[in-house]
Design a protein around this ligand. Structure first.
Ligand code: 4NP
Length: 154
């Protein structure tokens, strides 16, 4: 079982988008039982709130529902519960590292690393561009699944 926590700042735009895109991707490949996939934010600002309508609507166009997802803050104990804690941008990585103390097991990654890029995923909370964010998240998620397949992990 591979346990993945996608992380952004608020857990209402990017990390739930990554959570539900990756869930959809592994389901379509018949690999859903091999993963536990969740998302969280480094801030508690949006805790308890549903997914942002921009993410919700962008994913509905792909036939992906985010129903039942409410924002939650990442905690230190998530470090023990997940194998990969994957942030969307460099500031997420800094905040995640602050929450856990030290990343002694090198579990903290940035999503587009898996697509061979050191780019950040832009925040549609500020850009209002959910299409560009969706496109980058798809690239990262494809790379992530390929990473596991190449290593025979799924
Ligand atoms: P996210 O976007 O980190 O992709 O969920 C944001 C959502 C809310 C806020 C910032 C970013 N906020 O400041 O409340």
């Amino acid at each position: 079982m591979i346990k993945i926590l996608f992380v952004c700042l608020g857990n209402i735009c990017r990390s739930p988008m990554a959570e539900f895109v990756f869930k959809d991707m592994v389901k379509k490949e018949g690999l859903a039982d091999e993963f536990i996939i969740e998302s969280a934010g480094t801030s508690s600002e949006e805790s308890g709130n549903p997914v942002h309508y921009g993410t919700k609507n962008r994913l509905l166009r792909e036939g992906i529902s985010v129903d039942g997802k409410y924002a939650r803050k990442m905690t230190k104990s998530d470090y023990g519960k997940f194998d990969y804690l994957i942030g969307m941008e460099s500031s997420n990585i800094r905040n995640m590292t602050r929450i856990v103390g030290t990343d002694s097991e090198h579990k903290i990654k940035k999503l587009l690393e898996f697509a061979g890029s050191d780019k950040d995923i832009s925040d549609p909370w500020y850009t209002c561009n959910f299409d560009d964010t969706y496109s980058d998240i798809c690239k990262g998620c494809k790379g992530l699944l390929e990473y596991f397949k190449m290593r025979g992990l799924c």
